[in-house]
Design a protein. Structure first.
Length: 312
């Protein structure tokens, strides 16, 4: 009875929409809706169809057999499982290790410690410079700068690990992964610092009155307060395990790489890149994308559920 009366009152108090307001609202959301319809639903719908198709002279016809047979052949190779391992390692280092380091640096900046503004500037540089410029800078630093300093200070002769002589070396993969951590570091620090700034000062002051140190404040006050933000990064990282290219294409030409350096995301990219428009590579890449989505989606939802339980 009370709810029905409240609804009648709310209806009477509503301001009727004017025609001009409706036109303005429709015009405001029209472009975003069209973009979502075309570039999200349209593209993904076509990709789902391609997963069940093959290409014959540039014409796509429904036949999932070639995609399935190629997938069965792939999983029986050593290189396939190396790609899976590399993708998981990239997630561990960029999401887990990167998050741990980012929260520590964010706390240092949040506390306004010595040179915190300088660290903030240095960490934010990758967020404002073009990605290919950062790749060139990093590659030159590792190839020329580090060997020169090692020779000058310690007399150690270091090779150029980005040369083709080290195409099978795990060191190149590690270096590229370090680069991926570095370029994503600034964005994480920015968001974590902003989340820490939202913590009420009363809580921090109460902790100081109780005798908390910087370490106990970080563990018992700061981390629980920003846990939802940290969890968001970890969940997003899970969703991108099989699509993360680890910036391999920016560093190396396909012919300069070995399969042992591939991630699963780069493998799918290379299939499309080398095949060209209208090739069966599109269909197989779509098939792999649909298959990995069916694996990652439940893991992402499970991680989100676990996070909600921890933060509640």
């Amino acid at each position: 009875m009370r709810r029905s009366v409240a609804r009648k009152i709310n209806r009477k108090n509503r301001t009727p929409l004017r025609k001009g307001d409706v036109i303005f609202y429709v015009a405001l959301i029209a472009l975003p809706l069209v973009q979502i319809a075309i570039f999200y639903f349209g593209v993904n719908f076509q990709s789902i169809l391609m997963a069940f198709q093959k290409s014959v002279d540039g014409v796509f016809i429904f036949d999932i057999g070639p995609n399935w047979n190629k997938f069965v052949a792939d999983i029986n190779t050593k290189e396939f499982w190396v790609m899976i391992k590399n993708s998981i390692l990239v997630y561990i280092f960029t999401s887990l290790s990167g998050t741990v380091l980012a929260t520590i640096f964010s706390y240092y900046i949040y506390k306004r410690r010595t040179l915190s503004n300088l660290f903030k500037f240095v960490l934010f540089i990758p967020s404002i410079l073009p990605g290919i410029l950062l790749v060139v800078m990093f590659q030159m630093f590792v190839s020329s700068g580090v060997p020169a300093y090692a020779d000058l200070l310690f007399g150690i002769k270091m090779p150029d690990y980005f040369s083709t002589d080290f195409a099978t070396s795990d060191i190149r993969f590690i270096l590229v992964t370090i680069f991926s951590i570095w370029i994503s570091f600034g964005g994480q620090v920015l968001i974590y610092t902003a989340a820490m700034d939202q913590i009420p000062n009363e809580i921090i002051e109460a902790g100081k009155l109780d005798g908390t140190t910087s370490f106990t404040e970080f563990i018992h006050i700061i981390l629980p307060s920003i846990l939802a933000t940290v969890g968001t990064f970890l969940i997003v990282g899970i969703a991108s395990i099989f699509t993360n290219q680890n910036n391999l294409f920016s560093f190396f030409r396909p012919k300069d790489m070995q399969n042992t350096e591939y991630t699963f995301g780069y493998y799918m990219f290379s299939i499309v890149y080398s095949g060209g428009a209208g090739s069966s590579g599109y269909c197989y890449a779509a098939f792999l994308g649909l298959l990995t989505t069916s694996i990652v989606a439940p893991l992402t939802l499970l991680a989100r559920k676990l996070l909600s339980k921890v933060t509640s």
